[in-house]
Design a protein around this ligand. Structure first.
Ligand SMILES: [Fe+2]
Ligand SMILES: [Fe+2]
Length: 479
């Protein structure tokens, strides 16, 4: 698994090099068209900016990769990808802004980086990336102003303030947007606000740049919304960043692997849905991404598609394990984790989701077959042969899935447990995983585990409560 992840990281590093090279070429070309020369008395700032930006981006990427190779942790990969995406968006936005300025249009799409990054990164990162972009562009324009070009300093400062302001609005009002249409509507509203602010600032600083060019101003003000929308899927795929939109698409019942689950292992599909309903709320309560938790729950058992009838939730009376030796049964059960991981990779499911298929059973023993083997051999059994050989959870989400998965199975096996019994079962499962050191590689806290315990207990009560019997003897079906 790690080898594949490292290979992917290298491919992304190579992609960034190519992208940076293209940016430099585009930037140089724009300057050439504007001034008729690549070196207009030393004022080819866009080229210098692109080169410096590329250098910083590549350096940060190499440092991230180096750190990753030392620690080999999944969290490092996520940080590497996000860092690379943020650097690229900042450099790209700076080059576009300087390119637009070289074409003679005064107002630039200063919030472009924010529009590109808003579904890909955390709010704070988008906020900082937008400020950095605005500062870089403003410093270059002020430098041009000092060097005697037609650019004036006061409108540049006004534009920077507006760029930082509108970019911050983007970061803090659009980061939860999942539907593209809402993104466009809010983007247009922010574009209109930008135009209004430019107009007002133009009156305040008494320059007519903005008023004279109000028609042209619409192009970058609204154009950045559409360019951002077009670039988001490109960034998603180049840097393999998981967005809430992508996660929502993964849990669509028409997604290929989910369809296979519905057709070939309906019991597993139902189990996964219930695990998802627990995991989503648990993730929300401990500050993790509920969309990611839901997707991981949907895919955690896809490996069962290969041998669906060997898993109890897909059996109806006949159990093939009755005719098998316990070591053969254990082998079949164990395989669903690696089979699931391979299926996920084959269907291009993101690594954050795929890795949970390997981690959701950790290194836990398969109690039923271990007990059966002990009976057959008078107790002389190596527990390792009856345990899962996967990885233990490395993220809080993987730990949530491990707990919710076991709780769903244990609670389903019980006949109408009381609230106190449910709490005891869930608490017992969590304590057992702690005792077996399943959470040693992830940063889940005892506080998180306590919240998860109470969440599952509460949710179970809500899911399986008694329904009022209608006079006809049927449970009510109108609610
Ligand atoms: Fe499983
Ligand atoms: Fe499961």
């Amino acid at each position: 698994m790690e080898k594949e992840i490292k290979t992917r990281a290298f491919v992304r590093a190579a992609a960034i090099f190519v992208l940076m090279f293209l940016l430099i070429c585009v930037s140089a070309f724009v300057k050439y068209r504007a001034y008729g020369s690549f070196n207009d008395n030393g004022r080819d700032y866009s080229l210098i900016l692109a080169l410096a930006g590329s250098g910083v981006c590549v350096l940060l990427l190499l440092v991230s990769l180096f750190t990753y190779f030392i620690y080999s942790r999944q969290t490092m990969i996520e940080k590497t990808k996000e860092l690379a995406a943020i650097c690229t968006a900042v450099v790209l936005s700076c080059v576009v802004c300087i390119g637009v300025s070289a074409l003679g249009l005064f107002y630039m799409p200063m919030a472009l980086a924010a529009f590109v990054l808003v579904p890909l990164s955390a709010r704070r990162d988008v906020f900082i990336a937008n400020i950095v972009t605005n500062l870089i562009v403003s410093v270059i324009l002020l430098f041009e102003s000092i060097m005697g070009s037609k650019v004036e300093a006061i409108p540049v400062v006004a534009m920077m303030i507006i760029g930082i302001f509108t970019g911050s609005i983007v970061a803090y009002t659009m980061s939860d947007v999942v539907r593209r249409v809402i993104y466009v509507m809010r983007g247009i509203a922010i574009g209109a606000t930008t135009l209004a602010l430019l107009f007002v600032s133009s009156l305040i600083v008494n320059t007519f740049y903005f008023v004279d060019e109000i028609g042209f101003l619409c192009i970058p003000a609204f154009g950045q919304v559409l360019v951002g929308l077009l670039l988001q899927p490109v960034f998603e795929s180049v840097f393999n960043i998981l967005t809430n939109t992508k996660l929502t698409e993964l849990t669509d019942h028409n997604a290929p692997l989910i369809k296979m689950l519905i057709n070939d292992a309906l019991g597993t599909f139902n189990h996964s849905i219930t695990v998802a309903s627990f995991a989503e709320v648990c993730a929300l309560r401990i500050g993790e991404n509920p969309y990611l938790a839901k997707a991981c729950a949907y895919y955690h058992d896809v490996g069962k598609i290969k041998n669906p009838t060997f898993f109890s939730e897909n059996q109806s009376g006949y159990n093939p394990h009755d005719e098998l030796l316990p070591e053969v049964s254990a082998k079949i059960l164990r395989a669903h984790t690696t089979d699931g991981y391979e299926l996920c990779l084959k269907h291009h499911i993101p690594i954050e989701v795929a890795s949970v298929t390997l981690q959701h059973h950790g290194t836990l023993p398969m109690a039923v077959f271990y007990a059966k083997a002990k009976k057959l051999t008078d107790g002389d059994v190596d527990i390792n042969e009856y345990s899962y050989h996967g990885e233990t959870p490395v993220t809080k989400i993987a730990a949530i899935i491990m707990i919710c998965d076991a709780c769903e199975a244990a609670l389903r096996a019980r006949n109408k447990p009381t609230g106190a019994e449910v709490e005891a079962i869930v608490g017992g499962i969590i304590n057992d995983r702690i005792a077996r050191r399943q959470f040693d590689n992830c940063d889940i806290t005892l506080r998180d585990l306590n919240i998860i315990k109470h969440t599952i207990t509460g949710l179970y009560g809500g899911l399986y409560h008694e329904r009022v019997q209608y006079p006809s003897g049927k449970a009510g079906g109108n609610a």
